[in-house]
Design a protein around this ligand. Structure first.
Ligand code: 9EZ
Length: 526
């Protein structure tokens, strides 16, 4: 079998392929899309970092391809649905560069406090400006960490070693878990009020995009210093510019930008702004870690059929997979749907398997539910191996039960989730052998295909409401493909579930929400 490495991969990873008996490896970097298209048909495995774009067009030509391995986390450059459709396993290596990124954060924090980049530039310019570059100690200062996943936790640990006071905000981790780690959980408001330094370690999601905007900055301490080594766009660059210019923000360090490279970004002209060109994961150690991990994973899959860290296939034998795949799809969709309508961090997930489905090994289905639940909030780091671990790390209790009969359905999966603020339940079944359907959402009975761009609207039960919704969407040239309406008697309202032909943008969603009879509108991507 043949493996193509199409991006620069640390030599230690290449060595693992060379030593693997039965595999032939080619390293061809810098291929154009057309060149890749021409050669891909010969390969069983493809190993990439972030440069190679694995588009549907490439996948179309990849007659033998069984696995795409990404050395690193981000999978923006892989068309995962297209790969799934052809049965190609897509893997990443979510653990390999956490320490490196955390260390970069600490480096930028200290560089900000002591203005090391500016002082270096000054001295190289033959100046000796001791007064100008008086810095700040970080000892006993308060560090506010937003997002306490793998990287945020390591930053917290290192900062405590430097004797900082660490406070954190993470809406998806139970406070007890943070307290056990010796970290003080606070509200976002309190974090803004108390932190001398703020660092962000969340993925980019609909909740975190533009999180640090002008309004957020206005609530922070005067002279606050801000670091971002997570994703570009979580800090609004224009708001940051204004904050730095007025002195409200004492300093800022970015490793990531709204667009990369940032081009003629005005931040680059500010004296109290420092930056690096997305170097968070760029160390020899991290690149070796991810190269070795991806090589081992791809070899294990091609030679032994063992799937690890796959984002589109659960880690079960091919034989079992064949039989339970439709249930796995259903389970993941139920989780993804539920996750996007929840408010607050999950505390408990209980899954009931009823009817035929209860006759199978349901563990992989539970993993699929958890992957579906966590992916909208944690994005690329979630895969079919770590989903249960990520749930446990966040203090989420998982309960499974089985019942032989399912009343009206031959098979039914019911998912109940509790958060700090609410409870919600959703049920789904398979129509025929393969077709997933949502048949119940809380008290609402329906028959919806969990697929594509969806809108969930709560509205007052009055004539004409559906018309105004249709008109609003139509005005923006958004087509409604499917619609389900149900009554929520106990709340005196209706609930409408729509599938649209394209994603509804933020402004259009606002317009819908401001319609007189619409109480709430939520976007769902499945
Ligand atoms: C942080 C978040 C959401 C957030 C999102 C995710 C870990 N994490 N934290 C601040 N995935 C809203 C405000």
């Amino acid at each position: 079998m043949k493996v193509l490495i199409s991006d620069n991969l640390s030599e230690k990873g290449v060595e693992i392929f060379k030593k693997a008996e039965g595999l032939q490896v080619d390293v061809k970097t810098g291929l154009t899309p057309d060149e890749l298209k021409a050669v891909i048909k010969d390969y069983d495995g493809l190993v990439i970092r972030s440069a190679t774009k694995v588009t549907a067009e490439i996948i179309q030509m990849a007659d033998k391809l069984k696995v795409v391995g990404r050395a690193g986390i981000g999978l923006d450059n892989v068309d995962i649905p297209a790969a799934s459709q052809r049965g190609i396993v897509v893997m990443n290596t979510p653990e390999g560069n956490t320490i490196t990124t955390a260390e970069h954060t600490i480096s930028l924090l200290l560089s900000l406090a002591r203005r090391i980049p500016q002082a270096t530039a000054s001295l190289k310019d033959q100046k000796w400006e001791k007064k100008k570059f008086q810095g700040k100690e970080i000892f006993n200062k308060t560090l506010g960490i937003i997002g306490l996943g793998k990287i945020g936790s390591i930053v917290a640990d290192r900062a405590k070693g430097l004797k900082m006071q660490v406070i954190t905000y993470d809406p998806f981790i139970q406070p007890e878990i943070l307290l056990k780690q010796g970290i003080e959980p606070v509200s976002l408001e309190e974090l803004y009020q108390r932190a001398d330094f703020i660092t962000i370690h969340t993925p980019k999601t609909k909740d975190t995009l533009g999180l640090i905007n002008a309004e957020a900055i206005s609530r922070m301490k005067d002279g606050v210093m801000i670091v971002n080594c997570s994703r570009g766009g979580i800090i609004d660059e224009k708001a940051l510019f204004e904050g730095l210019k007025s002195g409200k923000v004492g300093g800022a360090a970015l490793d990531v930008f709204e667009t990369e490279p940032p081009g003629a970004c005005p931040l680059l002209d500010l004296e109290n702004f420092i930056c690096t060109p997305h170097l968070g994961a760029s160390t020899m150690e991290a690149q070796e870690n991810v190269a070795v991990a991806v090589a081992e994973q791809v070899v294990d899959y091609l030679l032994h059929g063992v799937i690890k860290n796959a984002v589109n296939v659960p880690s079960v034998s091919a034989n079992l997979l064949e039989r339970i795949k439709p249930y796995l799809v259903l389970a993941e969709r139920l989780g993804a749907f539920q996750s996007q309508i929840l408010d607050g961090g999950m505390t408990e997930v209980s899954i009931d398997y009823l009817g035929d489905v209860a006759g199978y090994d349901t563990k992989p289905m539970t993993v699929s539910v958890l992957k579906g639940l966590l992916t909208p909030i944690l994005k690329d780091v979630v895969n079919f191996v770590n989903a249960p671990i990520l749930a446990r790390d966040r203090g989420i209790r998982v309960i499974e039960s089985k019942t032989d009969t399912a009343d009206d359905f031959l098979n039914l999966i019911t998912l109940r989730v509790k958060t700090q603020k609410m409870e919600s339940s959703i049920s789904g079944t398979l129509f025929g052998k393969y077709e997933p359907r949502i048949v119940r959402l809380n008290h609402f009975r329906l028959e919806a295909i969990p697929e594509g761009h969806m809108l969930l609207i709560h509205n007052e039960d009055k004539p004409g409401v559906i018309g105004t919704i249709g008109t609003t969407l139509g005005k923006h040239r958004i087509n409604i493909e499917r619609m389900q309406v149900g009554q929520e008697k106990e709340k005196g309202g209706n609930i409408i579930l729509l599938t649209t032909d394209q994603a509804v943008s933020g402004p259009v969603l606002k317009e819908l929400t401001s319609l007189p009879s619409v109480k709430k509108a939520l976007l769902l991507e499945l």
